[in-house]
Design a protein around this ligand. Sequence first.
Ligand code: DGJ
Length: 736
Amino acid sequence: MICLRRFPLVAIVLLLLSCHRGCAQNGVTIPIETRENALVIQMDKDNHPGIIYFGKKLSKASDYALISSQSRQRDGNAGIYNSAYTPAGSWNVSEPALQITHSDGNPSLDLIYVSHKAVKENDNTTLTSIQLKDPVYAVQVTLHYRTFAQENVVEQWSEIKSAEKGQITLQKYASANLYFVAKDFYLTHYNGTWAREMNPEEEHLTAGIRVLDSKLGTRANLFQPPSFMVSFDKPATETEGKVMLGTLAWSGNFRMDFEVDSYHNLRLIAGINNYASEYPLSSNQEFKTPSFIYTFSENGKGEASRNLHNWARKYRILDGEGSRLTLLNNWEATYFDFNEEKLSGLFKDGKKLGVDLFLLDDGWFANKYPRNNDGAGLGDWQENVKKLPHGIGYLVKEAKNAGIKFGIWVEPEMVNPKSELYEKHPDWVIKQPQRPEHYMRNQLPLDLSNPEVQTFVYGILDKLFTENPEIAYIKWDCNAITFNAYSAYLEKSKQKQSQLYVDYVKGLYKVLEKLRAKYPKVPMMLCSGGGGRVDYEALKYFTEFWPSDNTDPLERIFMQWEYSYFYPAITHSAHVTDWGKQPLKFRTDVAMMGKLGYDIVVSHLNEKDLKFSQQAVATYNSIKDVVWQGDLYRLVDPKQNDFASLMFSTKNKDRAILFSYLTGNRNGAGSDIPFRLQGLNPAKQYKVKELNLYPETRTAIKEDQTYSGEFLMTAGFNPAVSARRTSVIIEIVAVD
Ligand code: DGJ
């Protein structure tokens, strides 16, 4: 202990050294609060915005001004680590959020506070905007933070504007720059590839920068999605610990820098990947970055993901609080081999099964180079006259006659070199003019930075809908990443090649925007040969996504578990198929925890399987509201146990559906002991009932027993999962 009286000078020096840069003269303090949490930005003595707090909200906002006085971390030599938007090329030498080259070639930038405002947009959302400017050059940045109070979600983006006479170049232009103080940080991120999506890895972050990124262009998430979790102090569990869930709403290349600085605090910079993406900005033009969306909870991952689900259903996903269609897809039933007669039979099968819609997949189009396999035809969106001599209109009618709706597959952003489109418009294709073409699934992306291509892509869908207004569903596929990134259009229009990755995505959004202006409600599945593409910008236009081509139910349990941290079950297209070795009941029970569909040959089902499936569709219809709109609780993690268990509970806690699946098979694996349920009312009494039993089997559950919510959530419940009962669905209903 230092005696201040005896060593006044030492004490003063120590005090000065012991505070974070700027704490001696606290400037404007801006709390950005949700119901539970706060992000607090404070200006330092030079008016640089710094993040002084991230975490649980304080009840007295004036207390935030005291926060920096509690830090004994001194100025860094690397500039201001806690910058709310780190500029490059001047006093700061740590990883930047914004790096630009001015019109005179000068690469320096500083950003100081000008003003801020908070506008209450409605009862729940507030938009706080902080304006910053470079004191030397005419560049201005506005940081936007939209808070969704009840859901504890923040949507953050920035707008960069230059009033310089000439063009400036954006070298790096992040959406968000955040700063966290904790003892330790644990990052969970995901990796994978086709049919092996969403493998989580959790790592203790150590000094230096950990980068998560994608350079794949179209289908950007194939190896890694733009979603992650960071636990503070120690790894969070479902019910305990401080955790942040973050995701970038951008369907293209992304980059997230996680930098543990020399104080062992964490800097996060998230946005579009600046790789090969220098972006020009003309005078008085504005560049709006995509949104970075995040939530924080002090009560573990479960609460954090429910925050995101509540937000996403209410504010983001197209028709997120609405309904969805169950469907029968013909992809795995027929692949490319079908004709009108076969399809008419499948419509009837769909009706027999009880689903709402029949979805015609790939292979219905192209004539000069018929789409009979994946090597030809993409781009030629005219019905193949051999397979469908009477056109799509006839199929829509036939489906209607069979009592089922009709939906259709498209992959409008792509082209096979073997196609009339490619022959007519080679300059519409992304490829390097002097290099050999490089394909993924024999195809190439069209250049959506080109307005003509945007019109073409829009036209494919518009024609389908105009000619067949009763088309009730679209599956929008995208099966190739971007190799040889080069745009003939950008070259011709004297723009920069380095705009391509960004302008592609902007072009895609333009098409989707226009489409939704005319066809606001038609459900659309975002598919990318599996989970190559889901994000919260795309989900403004899509009602659901295809998590993976891998529909082996065992794999889907793990994948959907991980997707469920970020996206609610209403968006998880989950089909019963013939993948895997599990019995039909298991496959169906797994698909029922998402948005149920089928991709099987119904006529191949034996009598019992058919009866079971018909009952399953009916059962699903009776529980789908709870799955789609209820609160999700992940109870038993299959990564750490021999089985998985999760439940959905209605907001008023009067009904819940519990799904359990055996995932291991050693030593009599199963649920020997009860586990705690969640999301019930401790004071209410509940009855349990097993659903979706296979014909002629009996439940192992005592259904005449009543349990209190307290009992189920404290002593627990055992759904009796075992090798004889590998999947179990239980309905829990409040009585009286
Ligand atoms: C990839 C998708 O993921 C599949 O479901 C199917 O639609 C094929 N493409 C069709 O080519």
